[in-house]
Design a protein around this ligand. Sequence first.
Ligand SMILES: [Fe+2]
Length: 199
Amino acid sequence: MAFVQEPLPFEKDALEQYGMKAETFEYHYGKHHKAYVDKLNELTKGTELADKSLEEVIKISFKDSSKAVIFNNAAQVWNHTFFWNSLKPKGGGPTGELAAKINKDFGSLEKFNEEFTNAATTQFGSGWSWLIDDGGTLKVIKTPNAENPLAHGQKALLTLDVWEHAYYIDYRNARPAFIKNFLENLVNWDFVAENLAKA
Ligand SMILES: [Fe+2]
């Protein structure tokens, strides 16, 4: 069974007022993300990986250096779907148990924002910044290229794509402005809370 590209969870123009143009999604979702799905299908066609779940393919290929290209494409398929779900126009703020955990593990929402900004800013070259639940403790991490928490057995709660293709249309080379806008206007805190509640 072929791997499929999940639909965007919002219209391409839904974030226009919040710093991300429809054109960004035409390229980032319509071309970059789609290319990873197509490449993954091409690479796994007729192999034992074709019938595995995307998550299984990521875990198997991460441990096998001969499958590095498969890992890169599988992880990028997963990472992008996770990223689209991390976005919501005026996503609000954390509430309830999630808000309490952020205060406990980071000190405050402001401190979390500082740590997340720092990780996203200092990821040299292409990669991702993440909020994860690492065995019951919330942490901010960054990963290079396609690497993700799933490959390391960690639970992802939120991500921001900091590959240049993620922000070039809206912000040109200004990654810090893209990060600031994400934290101020776009974090889907409901998605973070749902992920935290999962076993
Ligand atoms: Fe991307």
